[in-house]
Design a protein around this ligand. Structure first.
Ligand code: ZN
Length: 265
């Protein structure tokens, strides 16, 4: 079984498990459009996966080949065994994910794309794949210097996704888990309570908890926030981002070009 096949079945399995668990133990119980919301996000996720495969895969493979034949990049010189090199690669990629996510909040042109992810006011596991295609392509292109500088392989990138995607699906889910369990898990990984704050409609909360897999980066770079700043807590980006901007595929695709919504940054 190839790594891509493992990733495909793992994502389907974890998503299905979370989808049904969210119905039984929801954190926000008053949601109205669960199925249509999930189908829209999944459609966008599938579209992005196909576009990435068509436009990015060959570029990434070429970068890996170029670095490989020249023994270019950090990992080619460290002479680590396979297991250690995988752990080092996971740390490098996850640190980059943290920095890239933070840049998406701080650089206005990147925020234009990233807000398609944040204007989701009914977050659930399907929100984990709700990204503007432009953000996916930009993010994919940043993997090229990552491959060249650190000598990463395509396998490293896929293994990272196999490890990180279950955590990312989990922390976007609307699953109610005990606060005590969340507190323990967040010592290592990004949890639903932690990431929910990142999806708050208050900018001070949105600009925190940028981690994807490991929670250590937020602690290390002073962006960790454990509790909401007030009792008021709402998901999304507020009234400026209402229908149809955020509740239709057409609206989401057009969002980076909508001038009226720039007041938040
Ligand atoms: Zn974000």
């Amino acid at each position: 079984m190839t790594l891509e096949t493992i990733k495909f079945f793992l994502v389907i399995g974890i998503f299905s498990l979370l989808y049904f668990s969210e119905q039984l133990f929801p954190y926000f119980a008053s949601r109205k459009h669960h199925l249509s919301h999930s189908l829209r996000n999944i459609a966008l996720g599938l579209f992005n996966a196909i576009i990435s495969l068509m436009l990015l895969f060959t570029l990434l493979e070429s970068a890996e080949h170029w670095a490989d034949i020249r023994q270019f990049g950090l990992l080619h010189h460290l002479e680590l065994n396979t297991s250690v090199s995988i752990v080092v690669a996971l740390i490098i990629i996850d640190l980059w994910q943290y920095l890239w996510h933070r840049m998406n909040h701080q650089i206005p042109v990147l925020w234009r794309f990233h807000r398609a992810h944040h204007c989701d006011s009914e977050m659930d596991a399907s929100s984990a794949v709700r990204f503007h295609t432009g953000e996916i392509l930009l993010s994919g292109l940043t993997r090229i210097p990552l491959i060249l500088v650190f000598g990463l392989s395509i396998e490293h990138l896929i293994i990272y996704e196999i490890v990180a995607l279950p955590v990312i699906l989990f922390h976007h889910s609307n699953l109610r888990i005990p606060a005590s369990l969340d507190r323990v898990l967040r010592y290592i990984v990004v949890t639903p309570h932690m990431h929910r704050l990142h999806h708050s409609d208050r900018q001070q909360e949105t600009d925190s908890n940028y981690g994807s897999l490991f929670s250590v980066w937020d602690r290390l770079f002073y962006s960790f926030q454990s509790q909401p700043l007030s009792e008021h807590f709402k998901l999304g980006l507020g009234p400026a981002y209402s229908e149809p901007d955020c509740n239709s595929l057409g609206g989401l695709f057009a969002l980076p070009f909508a001038e009226k919504n720039h007041t938040r940054r």
